[in-house]
Design a protein around this ligand. Sequence first.
Ligand code: AHR
Length: 664
Amino acid sequence: MTLNKKIMKTNIYRLILLTSVLFFTKISFGQDIKINVDVDNPVFEIQPTMWGLFFEDINFAADGGLYAELIKNRSFEFPNPKTGWEFPGQNFFMSNLLFINRGEEFNNQRYARMELDEASGESSMVNTGFRGIGIKEGDEYRFSILASIPEAEEIAIHVELLDSNDETIGKTTINLKDKDWKEYEAIVTADKTDPKSKLKLSFEGKGTIEFDMVSLFPVNTWGKRENGLRADLVQLLADMKPGFFRFPGGCIVEGRDLSKRYQWKQTIGNVEDRKLNINRWNDENSRATPDYYQSYGLGFYEYFLLSEDIGAEPLPVINCGMACQFNTGELVSLENLDPYVQDALDLIEFANGPVNSEWGKIRAEMGHPQPFNMKYIGVGNEQWGAQYFERYAIFEKTINEKYPDIKIVSTSGPMSSGPFFDYAEKELKKYNADLVDEHYYSSPQWFYDNISRYDDYERNTYKIFVGEFAASSHQMASPENKNTWGCALAEAAFMTGLERNADVVYMASYAPLLAHVDAWQWTPDLIWFDNLTSYGTVSYYVQKLYSVNKGTHLLNMLTDGEPLKGSDGLYASAALDKEKNEIILKIVNSSDTKQDLDIALKTKKRLESNAQITVLSSTDLEAMNTLENSDNIIPTESVASLNKKNLKINVSPYSFTLIKIKSN
Ligand code: AHR
């Protein structure tokens, strides 16, 4: 054999070998998974409310969180008026600081009285805020106080911001000359950043000063609204473009007993006249939040305003005459239910009534003559048993009679299955509830196992509001229970099931929404914050990707004629956005291997040649975002080319991929 022939023969062997390797590789590692998306035949409409927010004042979400007030117990209404305050150098035996009670008939019962004379020692007091006061270098802070000097010519209040070493990092002075009660205000600029600052007041002069409502707000609140909400936190919410905003809870709607229930009428009007209430999550026996009260500075008017600001439908929930059944379960008798029902009717008037109606007038006086156009009301939170339905029936009848257009949200209780859930499901069919609120806090596996939960739900009764859900890796509300990628991925997979069933699931929201790193009672939570900063968990990014890309209509997305519900670890759903002319695909790969997909977009439309790809992924299911490493897992963007109307793409192990293709 010549040398040339030998080389040729070897090359032929090599070619055969290579072809066989390629052939067997394909067999053993699988073909591309073929997926068809039927773009031209939308299945049904997806509600604009589909993905939204559930807000509850838990984990310092309102006072100490979203409500930007930095002073805790500003009005001395906590059971101990001194809570949150320190009195350096004060000679207590002289009692030069008194707390005067105006009387039970006042919502704001107490104010402080300080006698200034030589015997009093240093007359100063320090507020330690909500686990410290977050102060930023260069930022301005609005200090205000209600005060009178009935028995003095002139008294000065020196206002100082102290850092955590008690060094002054900002100061101003207010001079009081007026005998009558009056509001004083001054702006303090900080020259240092410290998340654990304090506010010190020192009084100078001779005689008596009386004061109340000691307040400090950042000037830079959301939308620069005076004494408003924390800008970074609202921004995170607004970025989600939520379809609805459910408030004010959760268990706090119910209260541990009925006297502690959330009463919206106590949360409107002048802030100094809003009656302090203990928070349902105030619990001295658990994670040390015995100082948890609701000032209601963030009340129902502000919730409506916030909903409007972030473009979400307001969904207030009211007490239905039952206290939290996990606590006392106290009930109001049916004969005494009227005031509770009246509260619901008055709330609708407050939100929507004309300015000459009793409650519409109050809304107008607070600054919003235009109605808030509220469309939904929740009756009860997580109630269960016959007592709920007896009460619910009365609410439903009365609200329907007076406001037939208002949609009522009922509840199926705290369980996602079992006897209470089954009973509620049976009972609910006797009524006309528009939506039923279902809650589930469960393991990631539960979320994968329940991917088809709504496939067989009846279509001709009420719609579903998944009002609270979150995947938990450990015991709920325990410190080990973290917002891991494994949990977020399971939520993303489960949400394909919600989207595929958007003809019955009209609303869904993760819960809880916010948590202060130093004062939480529940885990996991969507957004964590300290006194200065905040970050979105990986679950936040999943919720945001869904919410911002909800589309207007569901599309069929099938492999072998079936939706992707877990085979090969793949879960998927597809939507069309008719307004933006956009096809939106959501694909979860829950397996530990890369999957090659061949997606055929069945359509007569012309498609743009590039698809926009957004991916959230990590090979570490325990990975998470933290305050220190807040962008550990965040969406990454890329572009992929279509081959005519086909897209070949591989989805990485443990990933959530969002694909957007424009048609024109
Ligand atoms: O989200 C935390 C709590 O969980 C809510 O207050 C309650 O509705 C549920 O039990």
